[in-house]
Design a protein around this ligand. Structure first.
Ligand SMILES: Cc1cc2nc3c(=O)[nH]c(=O)nc-3n(C[C@H](O)[C@H](O)[C@H](O)COP(=O)(O)OP(=O)(O)OC[C@H]3O[C@@H](n4cnc5c(N)ncnc54)[C@H](O)[C@@H]3O)c2cc1C
Length: 394
């Protein structure tokens, strides 16, 4: 293998594809990408379903970033159209508010006099700050502000978190809870980033285009474990060969699986989707709607409202999203790492073991055991590629 290729990439998601492209294009490496699924794209895989609706099979994805380098790189591989995601939360009793929650939520939940009073108190406490984490509302000295924070927690964050993470908001790592911001400047978009774009050909085709290069070969339906193995003495081998592999390997799969779960299974949350075909008129009130109080499911994505649909179709496809734990018996796809001190410590043992393996590099959400937005995955992958390119001069 080492004579034929200059680098092996495990996984054809955004991380693996970015690294493959940079190594081939900038450094002239001959790159082999192995992907265990039958298709490339990883978590951003999308396709037309039987109703002619373009669906994202691993959950709703919208590209948003403030990172010019990642944006410049990814936008080379399709034509992109500006699109800002809007999202609602259904709070029961016919109340539907835009999310992130904020000033507009106050009008849905309070009488007009109380709403005016609360707005003034928020303004006097937070001034012109555009958005604050709900934690700051809860710790306010003003009882009106605290009560507003508690209302949001009880109506949405607590029931949503307990379904999504199977935990109370209090026991969740603060980094996750702080991702949920309360908007104080009337912003109605789901994201605030400078660039919010969608590829008109879908994200899957972006990855296909990244991998379209004369120096890149892709083998789908190929599990890395049939190609490489890490020995107990931290040496990287081609499978069935006792000598050291001798070329850089980038692994973007689950880190615990690569090392045969020697420090135990890292905890993950997974999702399953129930698809429904509806008349377009009976779609959801926004492209993504959260249902914190519903039994079992967390949100519904209405793909008919995503930008690259054939507008002529009368039908839409919605995906109802159910969260689950991942264990040996369920064997579900890992979606979200469970952020906690214990899981970070467990991950660090894996990362330390990998650091001892000459030529093995980790990248991506599964190997780094970290939630990355697409721009973060691309940025990190660009850095890993540069590191390898400068270490292994051809
Ligand atoms: C529900 C959900 C919604 C999201 N929405 C957004 C969004 O709106 N905006 C945004 O910016 N980001 C979003 N993201 C994040 C986005 O999905 C990730 O940033 C991105 O997919 C990371 O790509 P990756 O290559 O690191 O991982 P992946 O896409 O998971 O790719 C890893 C690949 O490795 C393969 N693999 C694993 N093990 C092996 C093995 N042993 N052998 C061979 N191949 C293997 C897998 O099959 C997979 O194809 C969302 C994530 C989730 C879970």
């Amino acid at each position: 293998m080492s004579l034929e290729w200059d680098a092996l990439i495990v996984g054809s998601g955004l991380s693996g594809a970015t690294i493959a492209r940079v190594l081939a294009e900038r450094y002239g490496f001959r790159v082999l990408v192995v992907e265990r699924r039958g298709v490339v794209g990883g978590n951003v895989y999308d396709e037309y379903d039987e109703s002619g609706v373009f669906v994202q099979r691993y959950g709703p994805h919208a590209f948003h970033t403030d990172n010019l380098q990642a944006c410049d790189f990814i936008t080379r591989f399709s034509v992109w159209t500006p699109w800002e995601l809007t999202s609602f939360a259904d709070l029961g009793g016919g109340v539907r508010c835009p999310v992130p929650f904020g000033l507009s939520t106050i009008d849905h939940v309070y009488s007009s006099m109380a709403a005016r009073n609360l707005r003034e108190r928020l303004r006097s406490e937070f001034g012109a700050t555009p958005a604050v984490p709900v934690r700051l509302l809860l710790s306010s000295a003003d009882p009106w502000v605290t009560a507003f924070g508690r209302t949001l927690v009880e109506l949405d964050y607590r029931p949503y978190t307990s379904k999504q993470w199977n935990m109370s908001p209090e026991s969740l790592d603060v980094s996750v809870f702080d991702r949920v911001q309360v908007s104080l400047d009337g912003e109605l978009r789901y994201f605030r980033d400078a660039w919010q774009l969608m590829p008109v050909t879908g994200f899957g085709s972006v990855v296909t285009e990244m991998l379209r290069h004369p120096l890149i070969s892709v083998r789908t339906s190929t599990d890395a474990r049939s190609v490489i193995r890490v020995s107990d003495t931290a040496v990287l081998h081609a499978n069935g060969d006792s000598s050291e592999l001798g070329l850089p390997v980038v692994y973007t799969g689950p880190i615990d699986e690569l090392l045969d779960y020697r420090f135990g299974r890292l905890p993950w949350r997974s999702l399953t989707f129930e698809y429904q075909t509806r008349d377009r008129a009976n779609g959801e009130p926004a492209p993504v709607v959260a249902y914190p109080l519903a039994e079992g499911f967390t949100r519904i994505t209405d793909f008919g409202q995503f930008p690259y649909q054939h507008r002529t179709t009368e039908r839409t496809t919605v995906a109802v999203e159910y969260p689950h734990s991942v264990d040996e018996s369920t064997n579900l796809e890992p979606y979200y790492p469970v952020p906690s001190e214990e899981s970070r410590a467990q991950y660090e043992r894996y990362a330390a073991a990998v650091r001892r393996v000459n030529g093995l590099f980790l990248a991506g959400r599964l190997a780094d055991y970290r939630y990355y937005n697409m721009d973060q995955a691309v940025q990190h992958a660009l850095e890993v590629a540069e590191k390898i390119g400068s270490m292994y001069v051809r």
